[in-house]
Design a protein around this ligand. Sequence first.
Ligand code: ADP
Ligand code: ZN
Length: 290
Amino acid sequence: MLGAIEAGGTKFVCAVGDEKGNIAARVQIPTTVPEETMPQVFEFFKQYDIEAIGIGSFGPIDVNPESPTYGNITSTPKKGWRDYPFVKAVNEAFPVPVGFNTDVNAAALGEAAYGAARGLDSCLYLTVGTGIGAGAVVQGRLLQGHSHPEMGHILVRRHPNDVYKGKCPYHDDCLEGLAAGPAIEERWGEKGINLVDRAEVWDMEGCYIAQALMQYILIVSPKKIILGGGVMNQTQVFSSIYKYLDEQLNGYITLPPLSEYIVRPGLGDNAGITGSLLLARQALQVKKLI
Ligand code: ADP
Ligand code: ZN
């Protein structure tokens, strides 16, 4: 049995399952402070005979195994979680191999193995929710270097009608600052869910996401792009993305038909937790090799 934790800013999803990504049981636990959330996480796993645990976490996180702070959540503004030694805490409760990566890298892994990018050795998973983040599988492996990618904070050109200042606490009008759920809400004065009939909202949203996708395509050239997160429930954004991407690329490169290339998650809401199970499987395999 493998364990998986999808650690989000509002909730933790914990699951147990097998190495093929099949989920046998799952629970949701609210994300409050570690002293409250983590004991509930451990209670859930204690019911099972767990061989390894995979964690897909909100970030930024330290994923460099050489680093003295490997396994920590790092500079999050979320109260109580800054510098939280996530892997160490899990390892103290369960002395088993632990895989640790970002929530979006886990989702990319899940989608590459069993979702919309099944059978492909590369894909990019972008979430547009409370924040914006992306993970990528390249040549069958998660994209990672000095640290994990932070693709949500790239710079984009402003839509000519946009005078909103931007909401990113670090950069104001980076992609996340202009296009994540809270930016939509502050710019238009309503939550996204209540703006369904305002075409200009989703046109602008598509303009920003298309620009970001163009950068990712030009740099990483993924074989499939998967868009998840609450904001992407507004499926009208997709047509805006296709329109702007087509305009911006201007025929420079040939892509598959955009409606097949840029899609919703094949695993629905289970992309992250399934990928976290796969992180557990990887951690176990590494252990067996050693
Ligand atoms: P989180 O990012 O916290 O894991 P979500 O992916 O659901 O959770 O993102 C929440 C953000 O997405 C909020 O800003 C919310 O207003 C927005 N959102 C959620 N559902 C919708 C929807 N159906 N339409 C538009 N915006 C939505
Ligand atoms: Zn930013």
